[in-house]
Design a protein around this ligand. Structure first.
Ligand code: HSE
Length: 399
């Protein structure tokens, strides 16, 4: 028998308890051992659930129970969750989590601790909600040199952009809906300003490229400056506006990772990913492009990935860690200034540089245009300066 404790009975934690309970026979069969939900740790009392009698408030009960094997951490954040994860791993328990902030910030250290203790630290649910993406990168695609990962990594912002594009909904109305559906982070700035997608591209690139990429190494821009005018000008250019996380490997092994809104041409399958769905394209030297698609947020899709990791932890009990990567550093990354792309520019005034494709109407207050050629950001700045254009907002085109 494998005994499991859940830390934090919020949206994801309660979903995990529900799935373990509902599908217990099937899950235990897959794990080839009985999976038993023994404790739920939360600060509050939650009466009237099927889990009465399992609630505790003192983490040391879990830490000191020699029969407790797997800890599911769904507290979130990188404070209490960090302390409890270290203590659980140090006590020889495997830890499974959906906590992207903690993995993106301290993943390397926690994986090292898991390795030293011969247990697992698993976090499939931290990226793409219910989409299997980390295990495929770690195992199924392990024979490839990966050159690029690009994806829609945040369900809340994709939901907001979809509502703006399809129905002309305001940003605020669409955000309230995402919050009501349980997609948004406790502090929605983590979604709309990009940190959530930043954490996810950190995890993806650390795993794919083998060295930790830290959030502070990833330039991050969200969707708060996007207007309905941008959305409609993008449509005129045959594109949709999408918030993308992107990581590109250079020949010398350095990585450029960033998060920013992009114009995605409608021929690219990422453009048709709508609502809370996420999609991630991975480019490998043997496989070419491979795309992963599914529900990127929500209680049960995320619980689905957590429970799969619980089964993995149970099956690989005492066999050491499945995932790993090395420490990163300043020599791991290179600057976005080296990346060339076509650019979407919104500026005050009426003049577009010669050769650019003008997207705004002649009488519009802002001039909006696409550069014809791909160029780096410093080259774009020089071109705009020469043409006397002061940009108000810029986006790359994902060509
Ligand atoms: N707030 C996140 C999102 C939840 O909207 O994608 C899943 O990580």
């Amino acid at each position: 028998m494998i005994n499991v404790a859940i830390l934090g009975f919020g949206t994801v934690g309660s979903g995990v308890a529900e799935v373990i309970e509902k599908n217990n026979a099937h899950i235990s069969e897959k794990a080839a051992t009985q999976i038993n939900l023994k404790y739920i740790l939360d600060v509050k009392e939650v009466p009237g659930t099927p889990f009465d009698g399992k609630f505790i408030h003192d983490f040391s009960i879990i830490e000191s129970d020699p029969e407790l094997n797997v800890v599911v951490e769904t507290i979130g954040g990188a404070k209490v969750a960090y302390e409890y994860t270290k203590r659980a791993l140090a006590a020889g328990k495997s830890v499974v989590t959906s906590n992207k902030e903690l993995v993106a910030t301290h993943g390397c250290e926690l994986l090292r601790l898991a390795r030293e203790k011969g247990v697992n630290y698993l976090f499939e649910a931290s990226v793409g909600g219910g989409i299997p993406i980390l295990h495929p990168i770690n195992s199924c695609l392990a024979g490839n040199q990966i050159s690029e990962i690009v994806g829609i990594l945040n369900g809340t912002t994709n939901y907001i952009l979809t509502r703006m594009i399809r129905e002309g909904a305001t940003f605020e109305a669409a955000l309230s809906e995402a919050q009501a559906n349980g997609y948004a982070e406790r502090n929605p700035a983590a979604d709309v300003e990009g940190p959530d997608a930043c954490r996810k591209i950190c995890i993806l690139s650390s795993l794919a490229f083998g060295r930790h990429i830290y959030p502070e190494q990833v330039p991050t821009e969200g969707i708060t400056r996007i207007t309905l005018e941008d959305v409609s000008c993008a449509a005129k250019a045959g594109c949709k506006v999408k918030l993308l996380g992107r990581a590109i490997a250079r020949a010398d092994g350095k990585i450029c990772a960033y998060v920013a809104p992009h114009l995605v041409p409608v021929e690219n399958p990422l453009s048709s990913v709508e609502g809370v769905f996420n999609a991630i394209t991975v480019v490998g030297d043997a496989i070419g492009d491979v795309m992963f698609y599914g529900q990127g947020a929500g209680k049960l899709p995320t619980a689905s990935a957590v429970v799969a990791d619980v089964i993995d932890a149970a099956k690989n009990w005492n066999q050491g860690t499945i995932m790993s990567w090395d420490e990163g550093g300043a020599d791991t990354v290179y600057s976005t200034d080296e990346l060339s792309s076509r650019w979407y520019v919104r500026a005050v005034g009426t003049v577009a540089p010669s050769g650019a494709q003008k997207l705004s109407a002649p009488e519009a207050e802002n001039v909006v245009f696409l550069t014809e050629d791909a160029m780096t950001r410093p080259a774009l700045d020089a071109l705009l300066q020469q043409a006397g254009v002061t940009p108000a907002f810029l986006m790359r085109v994902l060509d």
